[in-house]
Design a protein around this ligand. Structure first.
Ligand code: EPZ
Length: 432
Protein backbone atom coordinates (compact mmCIF):
# COMPACT_ATOMS: atom_id res chain seq x y z
CA UNK A 1 0.00 0.00 0.00
CA UNK A 2 1.14 3.53 -0.75
CA UNK A 3 1.96 6.06 1.94
CA UNK A 4 3.12 9.69 1.86
CA UNK A 5 6.35 10.57 3.58
CA UNK A 6 6.46 14.26 4.47
CA UNK A 7 9.23 16.36 5.99
CA UNK A 8 7.42 19.28 7.59
CA UNK A 9 8.18 22.97 7.85
CA UNK A 10 9.08 23.82 4.25
CA UNK A 11 7.44 26.95 2.85
CA UNK A 12 5.02 26.77 -0.08
CA UNK A 13 5.55 29.12 -3.03
CA UNK A 14 4.24 29.53 -6.56
CA UNK A 15 0.95 28.61 -8.15
CA UNK A 16 -1.24 25.55 -8.27
CA UNK A 17 -4.02 24.82 -10.77
CA UNK A 18 -7.14 23.32 -9.27
CA UNK A 19 -8.62 20.27 -10.99
CA UNK A 20 -12.20 19.59 -12.04
CA UNK A 21 -14.56 18.71 -9.22
CA UNK A 22 -14.96 15.05 -8.27
CA UNK A 23 -18.42 15.57 -6.82
CA UNK A 24 -19.60 17.48 -9.90
CA UNK A 25 -17.99 15.09 -12.42
CA UNK A 26 -19.53 11.93 -10.91
CA UNK A 27 -23.24 12.84 -11.29
CA UNK A 28 -22.62 14.31 -14.74
CA UNK A 29 -20.89 11.09 -15.84
CA UNK A 30 -23.80 9.04 -14.41
CA UNK A 31 -26.25 11.19 -16.36
CA UNK A 32 -24.90 9.52 -19.53
CA UNK A 33 -27.40 6.77 -18.60
CA UNK A 34 -30.15 9.21 -19.66
CA UNK A 35 -29.16 8.46 -23.28
CA UNK A 36 -27.55 10.31 -26.18
CA UNK A 37 -24.00 11.54 -26.12
CA UNK A 38 -21.81 14.34 -24.77
CA UNK A 39 -18.23 15.37 -24.20
CA UNK A 40 -17.05 16.35 -20.76
CA UNK A 41 -13.94 18.45 -20.18
CA UNK A 42 -11.78 18.96 -17.05
CA UNK A 43 -12.53 15.44 -15.81
CA UNK A 44 -10.18 14.78 -12.89
CA UNK A 45 -7.99 11.66 -12.97
CA UNK A 46 -9.22 10.03 -9.77
CA UNK A 47 -9.98 6.56 -8.53
CA UNK A 48 -13.72 7.39 -8.11
CA UNK A 49 -13.92 8.65 -11.69
CA UNK A 50 -12.31 5.44 -12.96
CA UNK A 51 -14.73 3.35 -10.88
CA UNK A 52 -17.62 5.34 -12.37
CA UNK A 53 -16.41 4.77 -15.94
CA UNK A 54 -16.03 1.06 -15.22
CA UNK A 55 -19.59 0.81 -13.87
CA UNK A 56 -20.93 2.84 -16.80
CA UNK A 57 -19.15 0.54 -19.22
CA UNK A 58 -20.89 -2.44 -17.61
CA UNK A 59 -24.15 -0.56 -18.10
CA UNK A 60 -23.50 -0.12 -21.83
CA UNK A 61 -22.04 3.40 -21.89
CA UNK A 62 -19.14 3.72 -24.30
CA UNK A 63 -16.44 6.27 -23.76
CA UNK A 64 -13.52 7.54 -25.73
CA UNK A 65 -10.71 9.36 -24.04
CA UNK A 66 -10.17 6.77 -21.36
CA UNK A 67 -10.60 3.04 -21.20
CA UNK A 68 -11.60 2.47 -17.58
CA UNK A 69 -10.24 -1.05 -17.24
CA UNK A 70 -6.88 0.17 -18.49
CA UNK A 71 -7.14 3.48 -16.65
CA UNK A 72 -6.91 1.74 -13.32
CA UNK A 73 -3.37 0.72 -14.21
CA UNK A 74 -2.45 3.69 -16.35
CA UNK A 75 -0.37 6.55 -15.13
CA UNK A 76 -1.97 9.94 -14.72
CA UNK A 77 0.07 11.49 -17.53
CA UNK A 78 -1.83 9.31 -20.02
CA UNK A 79 -5.21 10.43 -18.76
CA UNK A 80 -7.35 12.43 -21.14
CA UNK A 81 -9.16 15.26 -19.36
CA UNK A 82 -11.83 15.31 -22.02
CA UNK A 83 -14.06 12.26 -22.21
CA UNK A 84 -16.75 11.60 -24.82
CA UNK A 85 -19.57 9.32 -23.71
CA UNK A 86 -22.40 7.78 -25.65
CA UNK A 87 -25.10 5.28 -24.98
CA UNK A 88 -24.56 1.83 -26.50
CA UNK A 89 -26.48 -1.27 -25.44
CA UNK A 90 -29.29 -0.37 -23.01
CA UNK A 91 -30.18 -3.86 -21.79
CA UNK A 92 -28.13 -3.85 -18.54
CA UNK A 93 -29.55 -2.30 -15.37
CA UNK A 94 -27.47 -3.64 -12.50
CA UNK A 95 -24.85 -1.93 -10.32
CA UNK A 96 -23.14 -4.83 -8.54
CA UNK A 97 -21.99 -4.95 -4.92
CA UNK A 98 -18.30 -5.15 -5.86
CA UNK A 99 -18.38 -1.69 -7.41
CA UNK A 100 -20.91 -0.01 -5.10
CA UNK A 101 -18.97 -1.05 -2.00
CA UNK A 102 -15.89 0.79 -3.30
CA UNK A 103 -17.85 3.93 -4.15
CA UNK A 104 -21.15 4.93 -2.54
CA UNK A 105 -21.77 7.51 -5.28
CA UNK A 106 -22.64 4.53 -7.54
CA UNK A 107 -26.17 5.03 -6.21
CA UNK A 108 -26.34 7.94 -8.66
CA UNK A 109 -27.11 5.44 -11.41
CA UNK A 110 -30.52 4.72 -9.87
CA UNK A 111 -32.35 7.87 -11.05
CA UNK A 112 -31.16 7.90 -14.66
CA UNK A 113 -31.58 4.10 -15.06
CA UNK A 114 -35.18 4.28 -13.84
CA UNK A 115 -35.95 7.25 -16.07
CA UNK A 116 -34.43 5.81 -19.23
CA UNK A 117 -34.51 2.01 -18.87
CA UNK A 118 -37.39 1.82 -16.40
CA UNK A 119 -35.53 -0.68 -14.31
CA UNK A 120 -32.57 -0.60 -11.93
CA UNK A 121 -30.92 -3.10 -9.63
CA UNK A 122 -28.39 -1.43 -7.39
CA UNK A 123 -26.51 -2.88 -4.45
CA UNK A 124 -27.65 -1.08 -1.30
CA UNK A 125 -24.68 0.95 -0.07
CA UNK A 126 -23.89 0.11 3.55
CA UNK A 127 -22.84 2.60 6.19
CA UNK A 128 -19.35 4.00 5.93
CA UNK A 129 -16.82 5.23 8.44
CA UNK A 130 -18.18 8.79 8.53
CA UNK A 131 -21.79 7.81 9.19
CA UNK A 132 -24.73 5.48 8.52
CA UNK A 133 -25.56 7.37 5.31
CA UNK A 134 -28.97 5.91 4.45
CA UNK A 135 -30.54 6.61 1.05
CA UNK A 136 -34.16 6.52 2.23
CA UNK A 137 -34.88 9.99 0.79
CA UNK A 138 -33.75 8.92 -2.70
CA UNK A 139 -35.97 5.84 -2.57
CA UNK A 140 -39.07 7.63 -1.21
CA UNK A 141 -38.76 10.24 -3.95
CA UNK A 142 -38.62 7.59 -6.68
CA UNK A 143 -41.67 5.87 -5.18
CA UNK A 144 -43.55 9.16 -5.29
CA UNK A 145 -42.58 9.46 -8.95
CA UNK A 146 -44.10 6.06 -9.68
CA UNK A 147 -41.35 3.51 -9.07
CA UNK A 148 -41.97 0.20 -7.32
CA UNK A 149 -39.07 -0.52 -5.00
CA UNK A 150 -38.17 -3.66 -3.08
CA UNK A 151 -35.02 -4.55 -1.18
CA UNK A 152 -33.84 -8.16 -1.17
CA UNK A 153 -30.48 -9.80 -0.49
CA UNK A 154 -28.75 -6.42 -0.17
CA UNK A 155 -30.02 -5.11 -3.51
CA UNK A 156 -32.50 -2.36 -4.37
CA UNK A 157 -34.82 -3.51 -7.15
CA UNK A 158 -36.68 -0.64 -8.75
CA UNK A 159 -39.00 -0.61 -11.73
CA UNK A 160 -41.57 1.68 -13.25
CA UNK A 161 -44.03 1.91 -16.15
CA UNK A 162 -42.82 5.48 -16.59
CA UNK A 163 -41.83 8.11 -14.01
CA UNK A 164 -44.21 11.01 -13.42
CA UNK A 165 -43.38 14.45 -12.10
CA UNK A 166 -44.67 15.49 -8.66
CA UNK A 167 -43.69 17.66 -5.69
CA UNK A 168 -40.95 16.15 -3.56
CA UNK A 169 -40.27 17.81 -0.23
CA UNK A 170 -36.95 16.61 1.18
CA UNK A 171 -36.62 16.35 5.00
CA UNK A 172 -32.92 17.34 4.58
CA UNK A 173 -31.18 18.88 1.55
CA UNK A 174 -29.34 15.70 0.57
CA UNK A 175 -26.75 16.35 -2.15
CA UNK A 176 -26.73 13.08 -4.13
CA UNK A 177 -30.45 12.67 -3.34
CA UNK A 178 -31.21 15.99 -5.07
CA UNK A 179 -28.96 14.98 -7.99
CA UNK A 180 -30.60 11.57 -8.35
CA UNK A 181 -34.11 13.09 -8.38
CA UNK A 182 -32.99 15.81 -10.80
CA UNK A 183 -31.67 13.23 -13.27
CA UNK A 184 -34.82 11.11 -12.98
CA UNK A 185 -37.09 14.15 -13.41
CA UNK A 186 -35.57 15.45 -16.66
CA UNK A 187 -37.08 12.51 -18.57
CA UNK A 188 -40.21 12.06 -16.37
CA UNK A 189 -43.66 13.01 -17.62
CA UNK A 190 -44.79 16.44 -16.35
CA UNK A 191 -43.29 18.76 -13.78
CA UNK A 192 -41.26 17.82 -10.71
CA UNK A 193 -40.63 20.31 -7.92
CA UNK A 194 -37.89 19.55 -5.39
CA UNK A 195 -38.51 21.48 -2.18
CA UNK A 196 -35.63 21.84 0.31
CA UNK A 197 -33.23 20.85 -2.49
CA UNK A 198 -29.48 20.89 -1.89
CA UNK A 199 -27.94 24.20 -3.03
CA UNK A 200 -24.39 22.86 -3.40
CA UNK A 201 -22.52 24.23 -6.46
CA UNK A 202 -22.06 20.64 -7.70
CA UNK A 203 -25.87 20.25 -7.91
CA UNK A 204 -26.02 23.52 -9.83
CA UNK A 205 -23.26 22.30 -12.16
CA UNK A 206 -25.25 19.14 -12.92
CA UNK A 207 -28.39 21.23 -13.57
CA UNK A 208 -26.50 23.61 -15.89
CA UNK A 209 -25.04 20.68 -17.77
CA UNK A 210 -28.52 19.12 -18.20
CA UNK A 211 -29.92 22.49 -19.36
CA UNK A 212 -27.09 22.61 -21.93
CA UNK A 213 -28.45 19.25 -23.16
CA UNK A 214 -31.97 20.67 -23.51
CA UNK A 215 -33.45 19.83 -20.10
CA UNK A 216 -35.97 22.34 -18.71
CA UNK A 217 -34.82 23.23 -15.21
CA UNK A 218 -35.24 26.39 -13.14
CA UNK A 219 -34.29 27.37 -9.60
CA UNK A 220 -30.98 25.47 -9.52
CA UNK A 221 -28.76 26.89 -6.78
CA UNK A 222 -31.84 27.70 -4.67
CA UNK A 223 -33.83 25.48 -2.32
CA UNK A 224 -36.66 24.92 -4.84
CA UNK A 225 -35.82 23.34 -8.18
CA UNK A 226 -38.48 22.86 -10.90
CA UNK A 227 -37.96 20.37 -13.69
CA UNK A 228 -40.26 19.99 -16.67
CA UNK A 229 -39.72 16.59 -18.29
CA UNK A 230 -38.53 16.35 -21.91
CA UNK A 231 -38.52 13.34 -24.28
CA UNK A 232 -34.81 13.26 -24.99
CA UNK A 233 -31.57 15.12 -24.37
CA UNK A 234 -29.30 16.70 -26.98
CA UNK A 235 -25.56 16.30 -27.16
CA UNK A 236 -23.23 18.96 -25.78
CA UNK A 237 -19.67 19.86 -24.84
CA UNK A 238 -19.36 20.84 -21.19
CA UNK A 239 -16.55 21.64 -18.76
CA UNK A 240 -16.83 20.46 -15.14
CA UNK A 241 -16.59 23.16 -12.44
CA UNK A 242 -13.43 23.43 -10.30
CA UNK A 243 -13.06 21.31 -7.18
CA UNK A 244 -13.90 23.68 -4.32
CA UNK A 245 -12.68 21.19 -1.69
CA UNK A 246 -9.31 20.75 -3.40
CA UNK A 247 -9.11 24.56 -3.63
CA UNK A 248 -9.97 24.86 0.07
CA UNK A 249 -7.33 22.27 0.97
CA UNK A 250 -4.62 24.26 -0.85
CA UNK A 251 -5.89 27.49 0.73
CA UNK A 252 -5.35 25.98 4.19
CA UNK A 253 -1.89 24.79 3.04
CA UNK A 254 -1.13 28.39 2.04
CA UNK A 255 -2.50 29.71 5.35
CA UNK A 256 -0.12 27.34 7.16
CA UNK A 257 3.05 27.75 5.11
CA UNK A 258 2.47 30.02 2.11
CA UNK A 259 4.88 32.59 0.86
CA UNK A 260 2.50 33.90 -1.80
CA UNK A 261 0.69 30.78 -3.02
CA UNK A 262 -1.63 31.43 -5.97
CA UNK A 263 -4.59 29.08 -6.32
CA UNK A 264 -5.66 29.14 -9.98
CA UNK A 265 -8.74 28.12 -11.91
CA UNK A 266 -11.25 28.96 -9.17
CA UNK A 267 -14.24 31.22 -8.63
CA UNK A 268 -14.89 33.11 -5.45
CA UNK A 269 -18.53 32.31 -4.60
CA UNK A 270 -18.30 28.52 -4.11
CA UNK A 271 -15.41 28.93 -1.62
CA UNK A 272 -16.69 32.07 0.15
CA UNK A 273 -17.38 30.26 3.45
CA UNK A 274 -13.83 28.82 3.48
CA UNK A 275 -12.28 32.23 2.75
CA UNK A 276 -14.45 33.82 5.45
CA UNK A 277 -13.25 31.30 8.01
CA UNK A 278 -9.60 31.82 7.04
CA UNK A 279 -10.12 35.59 7.31
CA UNK A 280 -11.58 35.12 10.80
CA UNK A 281 -8.36 33.27 11.67
CA UNK A 282 -6.25 36.17 10.37
CA UNK A 283 -5.63 35.35 6.68
CA UNK A 284 -5.40 38.05 4.05
CA UNK A 285 -5.87 37.24 0.41
CA UNK A 286 -5.84 38.93 -2.95
CA UNK A 287 -8.10 37.69 -5.67
CA UNK A 288 -8.71 38.01 -9.38
CA UNK A 289 -11.85 36.55 -11.03
CA UNK A 290 -10.04 33.20 -11.41
CA UNK A 291 -7.32 33.09 -8.75
CA UNK A 292 -6.65 33.68 -5.07
CA UNK A 293 -3.28 34.46 -3.52
CA UNK A 294 -2.78 33.82 0.15
CA UNK A 295 0.14 34.12 2.59
CA UNK A 296 0.76 32.12 5.74
CA UNK A 297 -1.07 33.64 8.68
CA UNK A 298 1.60 34.97 11.06
CA UNK A 299 -0.39 34.47 14.21
CA UNK A 300 -3.53 32.45 13.45
CA UNK A 301 -6.40 33.08 15.86
CA UNK A 302 -8.72 30.38 17.16
CA UNK A 303 -12.31 30.51 15.98
CA UNK A 304 -15.52 28.53 16.04
CA UNK A 305 -17.05 26.68 13.16
CA UNK A 306 -20.19 24.69 12.39
CA UNK A 307 -20.35 22.48 9.28
CA UNK A 308 -23.57 23.00 7.32
CA UNK A 309 -25.10 22.40 3.92
CA UNK A 310 -24.10 25.01 1.31
CA UNK A 311 -23.71 27.97 1.57
CA UNK A 312 -22.46 27.03 5.05
CA UNK A 313 -18.98 25.71 5.78
CA UNK A 314 -18.55 22.30 4.06
CA UNK A 315 -18.16 19.13 6.13
CA UNK A 316 -15.65 18.05 3.46
CA UNK A 317 -13.25 20.80 4.72
CA UNK A 318 -13.56 20.14 8.45
CA UNK A 319 -10.56 17.77 8.77
CA UNK A 320 -8.29 20.11 6.81
CA UNK A 321 -8.97 23.14 8.99
CA UNK A 322 -8.04 21.36 12.23
CA UNK A 323 -4.21 21.58 11.88
CA UNK A 324 -4.55 25.36 11.54
CA UNK A 325 -6.78 25.47 14.62
CA UNK A 326 -4.30 23.26 16.48
CA UNK A 327 -1.45 25.76 16.08
CA UNK A 328 -3.64 28.89 16.45
CA UNK A 329 -3.53 31.20 19.46
CA UNK A 330 -6.54 30.54 21.63
CA UNK A 331 -9.16 27.82 21.53
CA UNK A 332 -11.34 26.81 18.60
CA UNK A 333 -14.43 24.69 18.34
CA UNK A 334 -15.93 22.67 15.52
CA UNK A 335 -19.49 21.35 15.48
CA UNK A 336 -20.04 18.69 12.81
CA UNK A 337 -23.73 18.73 11.88
CA UNK A 338 -23.76 16.77 8.60
CA UNK A 339 -22.28 13.36 9.44
CA UNK A 340 -22.36 11.64 12.81
CA UNK A 341 -18.84 10.19 12.86
CA UNK A 342 -16.51 12.53 11.07
CA UNK A 343 -13.74 13.03 13.63
CA UNK A 344 -11.68 9.87 13.05
CA UNK A 345 -8.65 12.01 12.12
CA UNK A 346 -8.61 13.71 15.53
CA UNK A 347 -6.90 10.88 17.42
CA UNK A 348 -4.20 10.76 14.75
CA UNK A 349 -3.69 14.55 14.94
CA UNK A 350 -3.46 14.29 18.73
CA UNK A 351 -0.68 11.72 18.25
CA UNK A 352 1.12 14.48 16.35
CA UNK A 353 0.80 16.83 19.32
CA UNK A 354 -2.57 18.51 18.76
CA UNK A 355 -4.81 18.93 21.75
CA UNK A 356 -8.34 18.23 20.55
CA UNK A 357 -11.18 16.79 22.62
CA UNK A 358 -14.35 15.32 21.18
CA UNK A 359 -17.70 15.50 22.93
CA UNK A 360 -20.41 14.08 20.70
CA UNK A 361 -20.56 16.18 17.56
CA UNK A 362 -18.25 18.89 18.92
CA UNK A 363 -14.46 19.08 18.80
CA UNK A 364 -12.73 21.53 21.12
CA UNK A 365 -9.24 22.49 20.01
CA UNK A 366 -7.00 23.87 22.76
CA UNK A 367 -4.69 25.73 20.31
CA UNK A 368 -1.06 26.76 20.70
CA UNK A 369 0.26 23.26 19.91
CA UNK A 370 3.49 22.48 18.11
CA UNK A 371 2.88 19.53 15.85
CA UNK A 372 5.50 16.79 15.57
CA UNK A 373 5.91 14.28 12.76
CA UNK A 374 4.61 10.75 13.39
CA UNK A 375 3.35 7.71 11.52
CA UNK A 376 -0.42 8.18 11.15
CA UNK A 377 -3.17 6.33 9.35
CA UNK A 378 -5.74 7.87 7.03
CA UNK A 379 -9.28 6.62 7.52
CA UNK A 380 -11.22 8.47 4.84
CA UNK A 381 -10.66 10.83 1.96
CA UNK A 382 -10.86 14.22 3.69
CA UNK A 383 -9.30 12.89 6.91
CA UNK A 384 -6.24 11.95 4.83
CA UNK A 385 -6.01 15.47 3.43
CA UNK A 386 -6.15 16.85 6.99
CA UNK A 387 -3.29 14.55 8.02
CA UNK A 388 -1.20 15.60 5.01
CA UNK A 389 -1.66 19.26 5.99
CA UNK A 390 -0.72 18.42 9.59
CA UNK A 391 2.42 16.68 8.25
CA UNK A 392 3.38 19.77 6.22
CA UNK A 393 3.44 21.97 9.34
CA UNK A 394 4.83 19.36 11.76
CA UNK A 395 8.44 19.28 12.87
CA UNK A 396 10.30 16.28 11.43
CA UNK A 397 8.96 13.38 9.40
CA UNK A 398 5.36 12.24 9.06
CA UNK A 399 4.22 9.11 7.29
CA UNK A 400 0.56 9.17 6.26
CA UNK A 401 -0.49 5.59 5.60
CA UNK A 402 -3.36 4.22 3.51
CA UNK A 403 -3.35 7.10 1.05
CA UNK A 404 -5.55 5.12 -1.31
CA UNK A 405 -8.33 7.14 0.35
CA UNK A 406 -6.80 10.40 -0.86
CA UNK A 407 -6.38 9.03 -4.39
CA UNK A 408 -10.17 8.71 -4.57
CA UNK A 409 -10.61 12.46 -4.53
CA UNK A 410 -7.38 14.46 -4.98
CA UNK A 411 -5.62 14.52 -8.33
CA UNK A 412 -1.88 13.95 -7.78
CA UNK A 413 -1.90 15.92 -4.53
CA UNK A 414 1.70 15.00 -3.71
CA UNK A 415 2.94 16.24 -7.10
CA UNK A 416 1.04 19.52 -6.75
CA UNK A 417 2.41 20.05 -3.22
CA UNK A 418 5.93 19.11 -4.29
CA UNK A 419 5.76 21.67 -7.11
CA UNK A 420 4.93 24.28 -4.45
CA UNK A 421 8.03 23.33 -2.46
CA UNK A 422 6.69 20.77 0.01
CA UNK A 423 8.90 17.78 0.84
CA UNK A 424 6.49 14.96 0.17
CA UNK A 425 6.93 11.68 -1.65
CA UNK A 426 4.87 8.61 -2.32
CA UNK A 427 6.44 5.45 -0.91
CA UNK A 428 5.41 1.90 -0.16
CA UNK A 429 4.30 1.52 3.47
CA UNK A 430 7.19 0.35 5.67
CA UNK A 431 9.72 1.00 2.90
CA UNK A 432 12.96 2.03 4.57
C1 EPZ B 1 -22.33 14.26 -0.78
O1 EPZ B 1 -22.62 13.04 -0.13
C2 EPZ B 1 -20.88 14.23 -1.15
N1 EPZ B 1 -20.64 13.10 -2.07
C3 EPZ B 1 -20.03 14.09 0.10
O2 EPZ B 1 -18.67 14.15 -0.27
C4 EPZ B 1 -20.34 15.28 1.04
O3 EPZ B 1 -19.64 15.11 2.24
C5 EPZ B 1 -21.82 15.34 1.31
O4 EPZ B 1 -22.59 15.37 0.08
C6 EPZ B 1 -22.24 16.55 2.14
O5 EPZ B 1 -21.85 17.72 1.49
C7 EPZ B 1 -20.84 13.27 -3.38
O6 EPZ B 1 -21.24 14.33 -3.85
C8 EPZ B 1 -20.52 12.12 -4.27
P1 EPZ B 1 -25.96 13.85 1.80
P2 EPZ B 1 -24.12 12.58 0.10
O7 EPZ B 1 -26.95 12.91 1.19
O8 EPZ B 1 -24.95 13.06 -1.00
C9 EPZ B 1 -28.30 12.10 5.56
C10 EPZ B 1 -16.38 13.57 -0.12
O9 EPZ B 1 -15.50 13.51 0.78
N2 EPZ B 1 -29.17 11.39 4.59
O10 EPZ B 1 -26.10 15.29 1.52
O11 EPZ B 1 -24.08 11.13 0.39
C11 EPZ B 1 -26.88 11.53 5.57
O12 EPZ B 1 -26.78 10.36 6.34
C12 EPZ B 1 -17.79 13.13 0.18
O13 EPZ B 1 -16.15 13.93 -1.27
C13 EPZ B 1 -30.23 10.63 5.03
O14 EPZ B 1 -30.48 10.50 6.24
O15 EPZ B 1 -24.49 13.39 1.41
C14 EPZ B 1 -26.08 12.71 6.10
O16 EPZ B 1 -26.13 12.71 7.49
C15 EPZ B 1 -18.01 12.36 1.41
N3 EPZ B 1 -31.03 9.99 4.10
C16 EPZ B 1 -26.84 13.92 5.54
O17 EPZ B 1 -28.15 13.44 5.19
C17 EPZ B 1 -30.80 10.12 2.75
O18 EPZ B 1 -31.57 9.53 1.95
C18 EPZ B 1 -26.19 14.56 4.32
O19 EPZ B 1 -25.94 13.56 3.34
C19 EPZ B 1 -29.73 10.90 2.32
C20 EPZ B 1 -28.92 11.53 3.25
Amino acid sequence: MDAFRIVGGHPLRGSVRISGSKNAALPILFSSLLGGSFTLGRVPCLRDVKTTLLLLEQLGIKNSGCHPAKASEEREDRWSESIALHEGDTSAFEAPYDLVRTMRASVLCLGPLLARRRRARVSLPGGCLIGARPIDMHLKAFERMGARITIHHGYIDAETDGLEGCEISLPYPTVTGTENILMAAVLAKGTTTIVNAAEEPEVTDLARFLVARGAKISGEGSSTIRIEGVDRLDSTDYTVMFDRIEAGTFLVGAALLGQGVRIEGVEHAPIASILDLLSAMGAEHESTPSSITLEAIRRPRGTSLRTLPYPGFPTDMQAQILPLMAIAEGPSSVVETVFENRFTHVMEMNRMGANIEIHGSQATVRGGSRLEGAAVMASDLRASAGLVLAGLIAEGETEVRRVYHIDRGYEAIEKKLEALGARIKRVQEDQP
